[in-house]
Design a protein around this ligand. Structure first.
Ligand code: RRO
Length: 304
């Protein structure tokens, strides 16, 4: 039996609902020798800013029970180098490209979006307002509905490309932030970014991470992320992309059933670079076994 895996995310459609998450797949060019990146639903590139950033002091990654903490600190090559050196290779690979952007002000986000639209060849922009490794909470725009709205409106005015807004789980009511993004012109929501955490070395009594705190990802966060995606999906009309500790097709299907139109794979790629491909096959096998002819038919079928 033929199964359609096609995933409609509002203004764009992907060949399947499995994307790779920002920050876990580099600029999409590093793995092209190992994987057929064209077969992945879409590649979301590491968040890029107007100016290059060196990132935080090491150690930047530490493994924790069923997860990992990172404090990369927004390291990136800057938008001009990205457009000149990285984007052409990525375009050549034939992958569906979504570029993640961040800035220190709404205007910086808007400028990044404008330059990317001019560069061409990308299907959407993911607006990262939720990096956990900012020194100040007031720079994590996703913890405040007013700041969320300001960034989203500025990007909306700057580009006609589809705008996906990536939310932070480090809030009390994530649906409130999703509604703020939706009413400010977002085309889709992606949720969630990492949870702020820390780990202490009891011998040295020092933090395991150079920056002390970092973002927790991996299976440890999956039940939390799933609950948040469910809460958002009940409130907004725009498509929701589920992210958080998805390691296999079963995890992915849980997110789709609670309302996500697509999902992103992050930490799993570090364990197995082929994770996204295996999850695509696993979803297809599940649908065939259940005699369901399209992935869209399982979205939002959660029975409570
Ligand atoms: O670069 C990072 O430290 C980072 C970012 Br921008 C983000 O959005 N999420 C994360 O866990 N780390």
């Amino acid at each position: 039996m033929r199964v359609s895996l096609s995933a409609n995310i509002g203004r764009f459609t992907l060949p399947n609902p499995v994307m790779v998450a920002s920050g876990t797949f580099g600029y999409g060019t590093e793995l092209t020798g190992f994987l057929n990146t064209k077969k992945i639903g879409a590649i979301v590139t590491k968040s890029i800013s107007l100016h290059p950033k060196k990132g935080n002091s090491p150690p930047r990654i530490v493994e924790t029970p069923s997860g990992m903490l990172n404090s990369i600190g927004l390291q990136n090559v800057g938008i001009e180098n990205f457009i000149k050196d990285k984007l052409p290779l990525l375009k050549k690979s034939g992958a569906n490209i979504i570029v993640s952007i961040f800035g220190d002000s709404p205007e910086e986000y808007g400028e990044a979006a404008r330059r990317l639209e001019m560069a061409g060849g990308i299907i959407a922009i993911e607006v990262n307002i939720s990096c956990p490794n900012r020194k100040k909470w007031n720079k994590i725009f996703a913890v405040d509905p007013v700041l969320t709205s300001e960034v989203v409106k500025t990007v909306r005015d700057a580009t006609s490309l589809p705008v996906i807004v990536k939310l932070s789980p480090n809030v009390t009511d994530i649906a409130e932030m999703a509604l703020a993004a939706e009413s400010s012109g977002a085309d889709a929501i992606s949720a969630v970014n990492t949870f702020i955490g820390m780990a202490v070395n009891i011998e040295t009594r020092r933090a395991e991470l150079g920056a002390v705190t970092g973002g927790l990802s991996g299976p440890a966060i999956k039940p939390l992320a799933l609950r948040m995606v469910w809460e958002i999906s009940k409130k907004v009309k725009i498509p929701v992309i589920g992210i958080g500790g998805i390691m296999n097709a079963r995890d992915a299907l849980e997110f789709l059933m609670v309302g996500a139109k697509a999902i992103q794979i992050g930490t799993a790629t570090f364990v197995n670079p082929d994770s996204a491909m295996e999850i695509i096959s696993g979803i297809e096998a599940f649908l065939k076994a259940k005699k369901i002819d399209s992935v869209e038919k399982i979205i939002n079928t959660f029975n409570g």
